[in-house]
Design a binder for this molecule. Structure first.
Ligand code: ADP
Ligand code: MG
Length: 445
């Protein structure tokens, strides 16, 4: 099937052609005719299957035949990266039309985003929290919304956005059409769809969740403490040019980035504690090839779309199979080929087993030639929380003991020495430890 066979306005077909899309992906060829026909839509398809254009094209088509000036479509997305990506896609598809789109997300000032509401951007793509912030003001009425999209609905639920989504729905008029897009359809999502969709047409491209075709998956089994060293060796070898590397926590993302850079591998990181400007810069630098490796946490990686990203490395095994599929979906998007490597330590085996059952395949295990599997391990990337707390407690107890001993010595000394000495001491002291008085500031953030 060709795009021309879909009943889309010629200006949109030109936008599609400019983006280099020749044929609609399966989800696009199924969803677009349904959406163009009116009515609600529930679509479930793997990450990277082309869902964005599947909802944007019919909406853009609908927006073209009426006068503009009010916001008529609202897209909800879980992260700022994803919101920005969707607006980017919109601008590409709509480039031969007058339709405008704007992103509304946290991490940047509210001021510039007001204009999107005031000027009536045709499509607003928003993260739920920031949208609710704007709803407190009159300018953000959104009374003209006809199309509503929930994109990456599963992820929005995982991130706890359900109450926010419900508040958004109460604030806007009942849309003419609601589109619900998700990579997976767990029971809470099904319940949500029953609440908000009216008699939806359903398009599900696969029952069983599985990574996109064309991804070669492999597992490197390795002692946990040697994961860092193994990744360094993998990256120094022939096999990998650039890679998106996933860690479980922000802290581990920071540490791993440092480890890679120390070993001469140019790496950047992207996670929820970094400012929007930092994230945008890291992503742009990675896309431009300035750094070979982008280290990311799952949530920050949503919406990352890098053309021809060759490799995904799961430095940490994801806790849930869906995250594995999402991560691996970052490579081999839209039918290209890519590789997904997972570093598996002994304690990861049970999570890995669940993932293999969920994807319905045994993933081949391999060893890296020439790697010193028996080497002395690096210190761990992250000292376990319990150990960290114990170390802090021990240090505090030691400090207290030292202060007490010192106070005792002082008291004993004072008994034998004349009065004048204490007052001519070097500095006034605010406690028994004899430390000079020093103003203590709160930790700056
Ligand atoms: P999803 O939302 O399902 O994860 P996206 O909509 O982000 O997937 O699309 C994934 C990638 O595929 C993007 O880089 C997009 O530009 C590309 N793409 C989408 N549709 C097509 C198409 N019909 N032909 C070729 N590439 C496409
Ligand atoms: Mg998407």
């Amino acid at each position: 099937m060709a795009f021309a066979a879909l009943d889309l306005h010629p200006t949109l077909l030109r936008g599609v052609a400019d983006l280099g899309f020749v044929q609609p992906t399966p989800i696009q060829s199924k969803a677009i005719p349904i959406a163009l026909g009116g009515g609600d839509l529930l679509a479930c398809a793997a990450t990277g299957s082309g869902k964005t254009a599947a909802f944007l094209l019919p909406i853009l088509n609908g927006l073209l035949d009426k006068p503009r000036g009010t916001t008529r479509a609202l897209v909800l997305a879980p992260t700022r990266e994803l919101a920005l990506q969707i607006v980017d896609d919109l601008r590409g598809l709509a480039r031969h039309t007058p339709v405008t789109g704007a992103a509304v997300h946290g991490g940047v000032g509210m001021g510039p985003q007001k204009a999107a509401f005031r000027n009536g951007a045709d499509v607003i793509v928003a993260t739920p929290g920031r949208l609710l912030d704007h709803f407190q003001y009159d300018y953000a009425g959104l009374k003209g919304v006809e199309y509503l999209v929930l994109d990456e609905a599963d992820r929005m639920l995982d991130m706890g956005f359900l109450p926010d989504i419900k508040r958004v729905l109460r604030h806007i008029p009942t849309p003419k059409q609601t589109f619900f897009f998700s990579a997976t359809m767990p029971p809470p999502i099904e319940r949500l769809t029953r609440d908000i969709l009216r008699n939806p047409a359903k398009v599900a491209l696969q029952r069983k969740a599985a990574p996109a075709k064309g991804v070669t998956q492999a597992i490197y089994t390795v002692p946990t403490a040697l994961k860092g060293a193994l990744l360094v060796d993998l990256l120094k070898g022939e096999e990998i040019d650039d890679a998106l590397v996933f860690t479980r926590t922000k802290h581990r993302a920071d540490r791993l980035t440092k480890l890679l850079n120390r070993n001469g591998i140019n790496a950047e990181r992207i996670h929820g504690n970094r400012s929007q400007a930092q994230r945008t810069r890291a992503l742009a630098g990675f896309k431009a090839g300035d750094h070979r490796v982008l280290v990311a946490t799952d949530i920050a990686a949503r919406g990352i779309d890098v053309d021809s990203l060759g490799h995904v490395v799961n430095f940490d095994v994801p806790n849930v199979p869906e995250d594995y599929i999402h991560r691996v979906g970052r490579t081999a998007r839209a039918e290209a080929t890519g590789k997904a490597f997972t570093l598996v330590g002994p304690e990861d085996e049970s999570d890995m087993g669940r993932i293999e059952r969920a994807v319905g395949a045994k993933i081949p295990r391999c060893k890296l030639d020439g790697f010193a599997y028996g080497a002395t391990p690096e210190p761990p990337l992250e000292v376990p929380r319990g150990e960290r707390i114990a170390a802090i407690r021990a240090k505090k107890a030691e400090d207290r003991a030292r202060a007490a001993a010192k106070a005792k010595r002082k008291a004993e000394g004072a008994r034998g020495i004349t009065q004048g000495r204490a007052s001519s001491g070097p500095a006034a002291s605010d406690d028994a430890s004899g430390r000079p008085r020093r103003r203590r500031y709160g930790k700056r953030r």
